[in-house]
Design a protein around this ligand. Structure first.
Ligand code: SAM
Length: 292
């Protein structure tokens, strides 16, 4: 098994790598500029302007440590900083590239790409987020085209994009939808184009179903027919940072009740619940399309 691959689970130490630090410096500058101009981006839960819920706080896990330089810890936990920095640092983004961000309308990631001068196409099921994305782009002078669209049916011509990204959206799709989407992505990507995704890995919730390198291969690489980039094996570093809110309770009694509820309703995978393996993390996968 290859020991180095950019397709891997999240590691807090990745943020200290020089290539990630570089992205973070740009990102923090952008966040400050946007704040100063009253321009908005969505929180890691995909909401604009909403006050974060207790749910979000619990989801960060009991050992959560803020990133010391993060100018917006309330909306953007270090996990999302990792997703952005890792995808950007590991993708050779062409100047002026045409990019698709799936499920990312109004997100900090899409703002960052647009701020670098890319032509950013961003889609989401929520129309409001697409409108918000275009309003923000007007305010900031960026090229952003937001469209309400289901990522399982991409309404774009063949070979249209240089790069396709998606940040923490695939876990919201059924496995059949993940497969469908990846076949579509291969179609809209130009030869030589790249793909980079992040997603929940080992999330115990019943809909998670991304628990092993094999799952990553079967749901992303195989249905797309694209080739892995930066190493052909997905590496699970073993770190787990996030907590599933379904398993949370104040004190032992409440926790037992939450566990019982999750078991009875089947909202959390029973073997994971019973073995206590309910923390999870994020993962990344990188692919590319061969030349024509
Ligand atoms: C966790 S949030 C967004 C995270 C965002 N990408 C970011 O970087 O912060 C997930 C988003 O995916 C969108 N979404 C879910 N299923 C989708 C689908 N089938 N097609 C397009 N967008 C979808 C939701 O509406 C929501 O805005």
């Amino acid at each position: 098994m290859s020991l180095t691959s950019i397709s891997k689970t999240m590691d807090r130490a990745d943020l200290d790598r020089p290539e990630c630090r570089l992205v973070l410096v740009e990102l923090f500058g952008l966040m400050r500029r946007m704040q100063a101009r009253g321009a908005k981006y969505s929180s890691w839960y995909g909401a604009v302007d909403a006050w974060p819920s207790a749910w979000e706080h619990i989801n960060r896990g009991p050992d959560y440590r803020p990133h010391p330089e993060n100018p917006d810890e309330l909306r953007i936990p270090w996990f999302l900083l990792w997703e952005i920095a890792w995808l950007v640092a590991n993708t050779p983004i062409r100047p002026g590239a045409r990019i698709l961000d799936m499920g990312g309308a109004g997100s900090l990631f899409s703002c960052y790409l647009a701020s670098r001068g890319c032509e950013l196409h961003t889609i989401d099921l929520e129309e409001g987020l697409c409108v918000e994305a275009e309003n923000t782009a007007k305010k900031m002078g960026w090229r952003v085209i937001g469209r309400q669209m289901d990522m399982r049916r991409l309404e774009y011509p063949d070979a249209f994009f240089d790069h396709v990204f998606s940040v923490c959206v695939f876990e919201h799709l059924p496995v059949s939808g993940r497969v469908q989407c990846n076949a579509e992505v291969a179609r809209v990507l130009r030869p030589g184009g790249t793909v980079g995704y992040t997603f929940d890995y080992a999330n115990p919730q019943a809909f998670g179903r991304l628990d092993s390198p094999d799952d990553v291969w079967r749901q992303f690489v195989e249905p797309s027919g694209l080739r892995p980039r930066g190493g052909d094996t997905f590496i699970d570093t073993g770190h787990r940072y996030l907590a599933s809110p379904q398993c949370f309770g104040f004190g032992r009694f409440m926790r037992a009740m939450a566990a019982l509820h999750a078991l009875l309703t089947g909202s959390v995978e029973r073997p994971k619940m019973l073995s206590g393996a309910t923390s999870y993390t994020f993962g990344s996968v990188f692919m590319e399309k061969g030349p024509a």
